[in-house]
Design a protein around this ligand. Structure first.
Ligand SMILES: C[S@@+](CC[C@H](N)C(=O)[O-])C[C@H]1O[C@@H](n2cnc3c(N)ncnc32)[C@H](O)[C@@H]1O
Ligand code: SF4
Length: 503
């Protein structure tokens, strides 16, 4: 897409808004005008009394549409600035006229919907008014506004009761038995790299000791531990025991509010591994089919069957672990509304305490443009209906949406939502999304989030992310340096950064 911007407005915000109408667009300097490539002009200027006016024109092939929007300085705006709201509304109006498409999330971009809804609730707007603001000012479809406010209300209720000195620990196991074709997570899958697991386990055990020691020094209380992946249940029973023992050495896991093992792939789950997890205090486990259709599972290269899922789910139920989460993906290649709704119905029949419905995310923008399947269309084809149905079905089956997030390049620009029975919400997921507490990450590809609330003299609320080494071999290299007492090692400076942040 060729974009011309005049006035003081963040260029990435403008690009993200255009992506809603033209998914997969790129905005490089060398973009050339040709058939099918849109060109747009955006201007925004202050008027009198704090008002801002934005003019937008879009041209695509022979068609051209324009819109002008003014946001009055008197308008009571909680989150955005007047300028960004004016630009958003003008792009929305021109895009809608050009393509006849009304984006379900309106002009809400760059901020998590539940965070926005939470801010409106915190500002005393109340549930009905918050929904109205999201609909009238940000043009959210009524069901999306209701979803965002419902998630925010549930989160607020939970976060109110959480100790102020609470934190969480995330442990990354970036290894899988094989690679699923749609996945872009860092994860080792070939035999040579899988042989690193023992060394990796040793390195994360050392990191667990160091991390818990820093947490103790800071006077924080660990509320949740999340072992994620990759596929953590790729570990053998003995390896799992080593990992759990090391966690137990540092914390009585019975004191945790939640202890998750994201098992994931049904083909790695055995009754022995589940019994070990239960014995060491795991309270939540994921068993993920993604879809209950064998043809689609084959198509996405998942290397397990629907029957494997049912077997693993049954074992998980028998293990006595309190919560079972099931991950699904709507809009998978080859999927349609009939398949997806049948999958959703069958999962609801199993009554897991948690269900997470992701929308298929095309990892490279180029792939969106390459494929012409309906699923990659502006409206998301059957994915929109599927996502809507999942929310309706969950609601009428006693589930509540408790966390949600949006990603770039999801089909139809749709959302990911976690549902649970009341009192069974995945707390770690809420803490991770809402960023009200620190998360100390252990292992490759993981991200530590340091959060500091309050103190005005230190700039109020602050957050800092520390990226742990991306690949297992880098993590192993750092661990080796640390063992050799390398004073300059990245591991040492990681600890210093944490202590510095909280000084
Ligand atoms: C970090 S993955 C790990 C879970 C585990 N390895 C598994 O595959 O069951 C967590 C979840 O993200 C979702 N996911 C992964 N890639 C995705 C994609 N391209 N689009 C949508 N959801 C995706 C899947 O539902 C998956 O279960
Ligand atoms: S098992 Fe999960 S993490 Fe591993 S490749 Fe498949 S989707 Fe990605």
């Amino acid at each position: 897409m060729i974009l011309h911007i005049d006035g003081e407005i963040n260029k990435y915000y403008v690009q993200t808004l255009f992506m809603v109408f033209f998914p997969g667009s790129t905005f490089g300097e060398n973009e050339e005008l040709r058939e099918g490539v849109p060109e747009a002009w955006v201007s925004v200027y202050p008027d009198r009394d704090g008002a801002y006016t934005s003019y937008v024109r879009i041209r695509l092939n022979d068609k051209s549409c324009e819109a002008t929007e003014t946001v009055s300085g008197k308008e009571d705006i909680t989150i955005s600035t007047h300028a960004s709201l004016a630009v958003g509304r003008a792009i929305f109006a021109a895009g809608k006229e050009m393509l006849g498409h009304i984006p379900p999330w309106g002009i809400l971009t760059g901020i998590r919907p539940a965070k926005m809804a939470g801010a409106l609730l915190a500002d005393g707007k109340g549930i009905i008014r918050s929904k109205r603001i999201l609909r009238d000012e940000y043009f959210l479809a009524p069901q999306k506004a209701a979803l965002a406010v419902s998630v925010a209300a549930t989160e607020n209720k939970i976060l109110k009761k959480i100790p102020k000195n609470g934190c969480s620990v995330y442990i990354s196991i970036p290894f899988c038995p094989s690679r699923c074709s749609y996945c872009s997570f860092v994860s080792y899958t070939n035999a040579k790299l899988l042989s690193l697991i023992d060394d990796y386990l040793q390195a994360i055990c050392e990191d667990i000791d160091q991390t818990f020691s820093v947490i103790k020094e800071l006077g924080m209380q660990v509320l949740t531990v999340y072992i994620g992946g990759g596929t953590p249940t790729i570990l053998s029973p003995d390896q799992l025991r080593i990992l759990f023992k090391r966690i137990r050495k540092n914390i009585d896991t019975n004191t945790l509010m939640e202890f998750t093992l994201e098992a994931g792939r049904p083909d790695t789950i055995t009754s022995e591994k589940l019994a070990i997890a239960k014995r060491y205090g795991v309270t939540r486990i994921s068993v993920n089919p993604q879809t209950l259709n064998d043809d689609i599972l084959k198509e996405i290269g998942r290397r397990h069957t629907v029957e494997d899922f049912y077997r693993a789910f049954e074992l998980a139920k028998k293990s006595g672990i309190r919560d079972i989460n099931v991950d699904l993906i709507a809009g998978l290649p080859g999927d349609d509304f009939k398949n997806f709704s049948e999958t959703m119905d069958k999962i609801i029949d199993l009554a897991p305490t948690n269900i997470t419905v992701h929308t298929f995310c095309v990892k490279k923008a180029a792939d969106v443009l390459k494929k012409n399947a309906d699923v990659y269309s502006l409206t998301g084809g059957d994915a929109s209906k599927s996502v809507f149905y999942s929310q309706l079905k969950a609601k009428f089956s006693g589930y509540k949406p408790y966390y949600m997030y949006r990603q770039k390049n999801t089909v139809g620009n749709l959302e990911n939502v976690g549902f649970s029975f009341e009192g069974h919400e995945g707390l770690y997921n809420i803490f991770m999304m809402e960023e009200t507490q620190p998360i100390f990450a252990i292992g490759a590809g993981a991200v530590t989030k340091l959060v500091r609330q309050g103190d005005a003299d230190k700039g109020g609320y602050r957050i800092e992310r520390i990226f742990r080494p991306k690949y297992p071999y880098e993590f192993l290299r750092d661990a080796e340096k640390k063992r050799n007492g390398d004073e300059e090692s990245a591991v040492k400076s990681y600890r210093c950064r944490i202590l510095e942040f909280y000084r």
